[in-house]
Ligand binder design. Structure first.
Ligand SMILES: Nc1nc2c(ncn2[C@@H]2O[C@H](COP(=O)(O)OP(=O)(O)OP(=O)(O)O)[C@@H](O)[C@H]2O)c(=O)[nH]1
Ligand SMILES: [Mg+2]
Length: 304
């Protein structure tokens, strides 16, 4: 017989458990749930289940910590990560400062940035990690960081520099060429440059981190480069879905993937799924775990 735990602290923690965005938050909620469990024998089974779940969660957190840290840099990789690569003085730090919340040191002195600088860019309700790799022409350049990035932002201030960067990078990620310091060009120089970049079929943006020209355009290109979809989740007890932190997945991902990303094993507890948005035939359509989702879909999981 399943028992009902009625203590308000337990109910509150259980709710927090299902709404938690991170494994760490889930573990905290679970520990609270366990501490408010009734002590009598009838609750023994449930206590056992929760304890097992706690152990699994603890192991998962340890595993995740180990796997998400690149052994070389110790940087925790997010769902979407772009690394800025370029020669010294090309404007890498200035670009990072514009795109993210980071405040790296900017200077006309060469090789100012000596360690990777990390920032977060908010774009279309998602968070994108952007990292400045120290100058490619310096001993502090971190090749491992470039290799493990999802997208590379190659920044340059001349065509020769672009060619050099392309030669030095052998990996196959998506590349966005950022031609910086366009404020120093006159109209004619600019026209020629654009024609050349187009003829080379580069995926490029012309910017100035001084005047901020082209930077909004670049943000869009960065987001698109990851080719990911955003899935919002909805609490069955609320009218509106959570518009802040979508689950980030590959196109064609199933509802099951969303559930499992929320919590490993969660898909097995789901009793009913409803969806709204581009992949639904009508708002609130009931679907199965294998339903394929589209960008901006909203999913609601019922577990009881
Ligand atoms: N005119 C102009 N100057 C710029 C622009 N972007 C950056 N600069 C200048 O270029 C110099 C280098 O900028 P940083 O952002 O520090 O360059 P960096 O690539 O991070 O250089 P290091 O970290 O030293 O390798 C600074 O003096 C900036 O003010 C731009 O769009 N236009
Ligand atoms: Mg720098």
């Amino acid at each position: 017989m399943p028992i009902n735990v009625n203590s308000p602290e337990y109910v509150k923690a259980e709710k927090e458990f299902y709404e938690a965005n991170t494994l760490e938050d889930q573990l905290i909620a679970l520990k609270i749930m366990i501490s408010y469990m009734p002590k009598h024998k009838g609750a023994e089974n449930l206590r056992q289940q929760l304890t097992t779940r706690r152990k699994k969660l603890e192991n998962l957190i340890i595993k995740k910590k180990k796997s998400s840290k690149s052994s070389k840099t110790g940087i925790k990789k997010s769902d979407m990560q772009a690394v800025i690569v370029g020669k010294t003085n090309s404007g890498k730090s200035n670009l990072l400062k514009f795109l993210t919340n980071a405040s790296p040191k900017i200077s006309k002195i060469q090789f100012t940035t000596q360690r990777p600088e990390i920032g977060m860019m908010n774009y279309a309700t998602t968070q994108i990690q952007i990292i400045e790799n120290p100058a490619i022409d310096s001993p502090n350049y971190n090749k491992g960081l470039t290799n493990s990035a999802d997208t590379l932002i190659l920044i340059a201030t001349s065509l020769e520099e672009i060619e050099l960067l392309k030669k030095q990078i052998k990996t196959k990620q998506k590349q966005i060429i950022v031609f910086n310091k366009i404020d120093l060009f006159d109209t004619e120089q600019r026209r020629k440059l654009e024609a050349t970049l187009k003829s080379k079929k580069y995926n490029f943006v012309i910017v100035s981190t001084k005047t901020s020209e082209g930077l909004e355009d670049l943000k869009g290109k960065i987001f698109q480069s990851f080719d990911k979809i955003r899935i919002y989740t909805k609490d069955p007890n609320k009218k509106e879905h959570d518009t802040k932190k979508p689950v980030i997945l590959k196109p064609g991902a199933t509802v099951k993937k969303v559930a499992e990303k929320i919590l490993h094993g969660f898909s097995k507890q789901v009793k009913q799924i409803k969806i709204w948005g581009p992949s639904s035939k009508f708002p609130g359509q009931v679907v199965g775990l294998n339903h394929k989702l589209k960008d901006l879909d909203i999913v609601e999981f019922k577990t009881r």
